[in-house]
Design a protein around this ligand. Structure first.
Ligand SMILES: Nc1ncnc2c1ncn2[C@@H]1O[C@H](COP(=O)(O)OP(=O)(O)OP(=O)(O)O)[C@@H](O)[C@H]1O
Length: 249
């Protein structure tokens, strides 16, 4: 199976007539297995819209999204829900954990929702991947913000998705905690690329050049279009490009 995520000439317009807002204007991009990509751009440039369409949470107005050999545009709502459940992981700025469940039970939730009896070793492995094996029986209220976000990541990984989409995953965390978490994310992709277990593809939206510098590649959007990319980014190079884009916006 080709696990590359492909966006082909993606367009998205919200509303109609005089109120129409075009958020994406023909974006073509590939996220191959083994890649960790950050998406950056000025406010309103279309980053969240791109992520929502790529993750099958919103329908594009035109173009195609292909995830793990499946063209999302031909799927009905039921099939799309199943694909999201089985092949796609999400992490948002807010952790969205259930407060009455332990870390292990939160991680097991996607499997239970899919009608699969969670195997304890699968849950332990997901918690181990994010460095939380010692916290399996703690409830979210007994964990730090960074630990809660790690539980959210373990929960997103437990179904072994083809790709993990993250929207400002470190937005609610302090600098040290977010760097720690970003190193973990980068480590998951690099280990999987080296033949180990882990998630093979991560796509992350961020506003922060330092956060983006943990990715293998940064792609830049402006006014709904792809306007450049930097491989092996440094925070300084990303910040300089952002200043340029914000001045032009
Ligand atoms: N549900 C919606 N209805 C109407 N317009 C929308 C909707 N969602 C987004 N937009 C518009 O689409 C454009 C792109 O928005 P989007 O949220 O994708 O940008 P962004 O780059 O993620 O912005 P930010 O960095 O501020 O979060 C903006 O002009 C926004 O106002």
């Amino acid at each position: 199976m080709d696990e590359t995520v492909r966006l082909e000439a993606l367009t998205k317009t919200y509303g109609a007539g005089d109120n129409a807002v075009t958020a994406l204007r023909g974006v073509t991009l590939e996220f191959p297995p083994g890649s960790f990509t950050a998406i950056m751009g000025p406010s309103g440039s279309g980053k969240s819209t791109l992520l929502q369409c790529a993750a099958g949470l919103d329908r594009p107005s035109g173009g195609r999204v292909i995830v793990a050999d499946t063209d999302l545009s031909v799927l009905d709502e039921t099939a799309l829900t199943l694909l999201r459940r089985d092949r796609i992981g999400f992490v948002f700025q807010s952790f969205n954990l259930l407060p009455s469940l332990t870390a292990a039970q939160n991680v097991a939730l996607p499997l239970r929702l899919a009608g699969v009896r969670p195997d304890p070793e699968t849950i332990s492995q997901a918690l181990r991947q994010v460095g939380l094996e010692g916290r399996a029986n703690h409830r979210p209220g007994e964990l730090s913000g960074g630990q809660q976000q790690r539980v959210a990541i373990a929960r997103a990984l437990v179904t072994k998705p083809a790709v993990l989409f993250a929207d400002e995953p470190t937005g609610a965390l302090d600098t040290m905690t977010s760097r720690d978490l970003l190193r973990t994310l980068r480590g998951l992709v690099d280990r999987a690329a080296g033949g180990g277990s882990g998630i093979r593809t991560i796509v992350m939206v961020t506003h922060d050049p330092v956060v983006a510098s943990y990715a293998h590649r940064v792609v830049f959007l402006a006014d709904g279009k792809l306007v450049g990319e930097i491989e092996d980014p440094t925070a300084d190079a990303v910040a300089a490009r952002m200043v340029h884009l914000e001045v032009a916006a």
